[in-house]
Ligand binder design. Sequence first.
Ligand code: MN
Length: 254
Amino acid sequence: MSTHKARVLLTNDDGVRAPGLRALVAAARRHFAEVHVVAPDREQSGASHAMTLRNPIRVQKVDERWYAVEGTPTDCVNLGVFHLLGAAPDLVLSGVNAGYNLGDDVTYSGTVAGAMEGRILGAPALAVSTTHRAGPEEFELAAEAACRIGTTLLEKGLDERVFLNVNVPPAAKGHRVTSQGRRVFREGLITGRDPVGREYYWVGLAPEEWHPEPDADHAAVEAGYVSVSPLHADLTYRRALPLLREWDLPEESL
Ligand code: MN
């Protein structure tokens, strides 16, 4: 199948009205034959791979092939693949997120989880993010980059359960293939009091700081390159398997 005939499913975690998603829709319509949008009806940043289990999910048809879902990015892709599209898409694109998804942050990301859900349900998939200061130009650049990389992904393919995390800095000079970096974790907590006197907390506000690694995703973005990281939905750390077996945890008793 040639790429231009591809059926593509778009989602995000910034919500169905986010400018990054609109930029991705516009770019995807230039690159692919059939573009479907299934996105959360409100912002779901930080939702990670959460799935709505205890509440019904309502879906609103915004336009032809365009749905707003009362749920997470994972709900959206699941509903898209199994119900709204009628069949698995050829490609899933998630983004463009306003804010990079680098290093340990990918584990919190609803954007990355949207791509992961697509991949574990069988479709080649890619998450794309740019700076949180993005305007139309930056979103468009990131969306265009995502569609081009998505086209190559369709042509070349990747192993099962492997998907791509793409981060596009403004005025990017080119691409670098990278690995997931490591954040330096510091307290990033703000406390305050609400109007009725209850204390509140605001988490996740630590300044961005990374362990220095030349091949890491953040290093590419800092140097002005599009970072392209292959991620794997299998979280097993295989090198620890023989070590754990040496623990001799009893097989026949607790
Ligand atoms: Mn987001």
